[in-house]
Design a protein around this ligand. Structure first.
Ligand SMILES: Cc1cc2nc3c(=O)[nH]c(=O)nc-3n(C[C@H](O)[C@H](O)[C@H](O)COP(=O)(O)OP(=O)(O)OC[C@H]3O[C@@H](n4cnc5c(N)ncnc54)[C@H](O)[C@@H]3O)c2cc1C
Length: 366
């Protein structure tokens, strides 16, 4: 924690939610419906987090907006927040957590402070990067960044892409590139099978995009920007096999090799952070109520473990209800919301795709 230069905060609220993605929005909606005075802070101009760039229809159950496009889920949640008159400070980045439990917030050129009795951190995740020769050439992007450029800002970032990684992001973003008229030269995947859902891989294969399994990228070629990528096959120990290199012409290399929870502010706040690979790396310790090692701070969504929107929303509901109870007192309505969300989470996490999450959550030390 850093010494606070503000003796009194510029703004005081009961509950502050940092991050207006599906997790933070659900947390704020629940807490506000129960009766708390809530403010949401988000660094984007519009609410919805990752959802605002997801043009595909989501999976899951009807209860969690299955069959609804991500962007439409964002609208449903934002409209609800608006109807409840939840205060939103958008275009604002939380830059610090100071020693009297006050946030520093930067909005345009204005730095101000806010103090809340309870906080729910829901900042999501950042994209993992990969080191290879010339990885800093213009034209090497995070796949999520490309999705933002195309689907939020209407910018097509190049003409021909190579995608590295075949999880859901590595399979969905190239499909959206094809829809935008961009050629996709190939997807390379270091493992022996693709990582995302079969349905996304099938769509990509039907579109004629090759997926090179047991391959990785080793070099970006080009003078001022990417002009080609060199890929190589890897052996069983994941080292490159000499003589298997191929040069692929492209002007973009999209890295889609996973996400890491954005927990920097939680370090700053003095919360206990634990390294749990199955949850995505360094995550704030949290209990079943989504409370961290500090009783005034709760977490939810990708910040607590890299998973998906449906589970982020359920964790948000638990965090919102439990933060409300800790502000006020035990409350029957809050208990019902939190325990129903916990039951739904348990059902979703019976899927084989969720085994590592269930295991990871058991690794959080009490
Ligand atoms: C390509 C792609 C496809 C996906 N497809 C699916 C799918 O089909 N089904 C599904 O269920 N899930 C899907 N997901 C996953 C889903 O989008 C995420 O799990 C979900 O959005 C996580 O929600 P969140 O609220 O935790 O974080 P986010 O949605 O990331 O929201 C966090 C918000 O916090 C803001 N923020 C961060 N730091 C700060 C700060 N310091 N100050 C202020 N604001 C801050 C961010 O800008 C963002 O708006 C997909 C994700 C991607 C990238």
């Amino acid at each position: 924690m850093t010494e606070n230069r503000y003796q009194t905060a510029d703004k005081n609220v009961e509950l502050c939610v940092i991050g207006g993605g599906p997790a933070g929005l659900q947390a704020a909606i629940v807490a506000k419906e129960l009766g708390a005075n809530v403010v949401i802070i988000d660094d984007n101009p519009i609410l919805g987090g990752q959802l605002i760039k997801q043009t595909h229809k989501f999976f899951g159950s009807k209860l969690h907006y299955c069959g609804v496009r991500g962007i439409d889920i964002a609208t449903i949640l934002s409209d609800r927040a608006k109807k409840l008159e939840i205060e939103v400070i958008s275009d604002a980045t939380v830059v610090g957590y100071y020693d009297n439990d006050t946030l520093g917030i930067l909005r345009h050129d204005n730095l101000f402070s806010l103090k809340a009795e309870r906080y729910i951190f829901a900042m999501g995740a950042s994209e993992n990067m990969l080191a290879f020769d010339n990885a800093d050439l213009p034209g090497v992007y995070g796949a999520g960044a490309v999705q933002t450029m195309m689907n939020v800002y209407g910018v097509v970032p190049g003409k021909r892409a190579l995608v590295v990684g075949s999880g859901n992001i590595g399979l969905i973003v190239p499909y959206q590139l094809l829809q935008a008229g961009v050629e996709v030269a190939a997807i390379v995947e270091i493992m022996h099978k693709f990582g995302g859902y079969y349905v996304h891989a099938a769509k990509i294969k039907r579109a004629g995009v090759p997926i090179y399994l047991k391959h990785t990228v080793i070099e970006a070629k080009g003078k001022d920007r990417v002009e080609a990528a060199v890929i190589s096959e890897v052996g069983d120990d994941y080292t490159c096999l000499l003589g298997t290199e191929k040069t692929i012409e492209c002007d973009m290399i999209l890295i889609a090799i996973g996400l890491s929870p954005l927990c920097d502010l939680l370090y700053h706040a003095g919360c206990r952070i634990e390294y749990i690979p199955d949850l995505g790396g360094n995550v704030p310790y949290h209990d079943a109520n989504m409370m961290t090692s500090k009783p005034n701070i709760f977490v939810c969504g990708d910040l607590a473990c890299i998973e998906e929107a449906s589970t982020a929303m359920l964790e948000g509901r638990i965090a919102g209800a439990r933060a409300y109870e800790s502000l006020k007192s035990k409350d029957k309505r809050a208990e019902v919301i939190a325990s129903e969300a916990a039951k739904e989470l348990q059902i979703i996490r019976t899927s084989p795709f969720e085994e590592r999450i269930v295991y990871g959550k058991t690794q959080l030390k009490h």
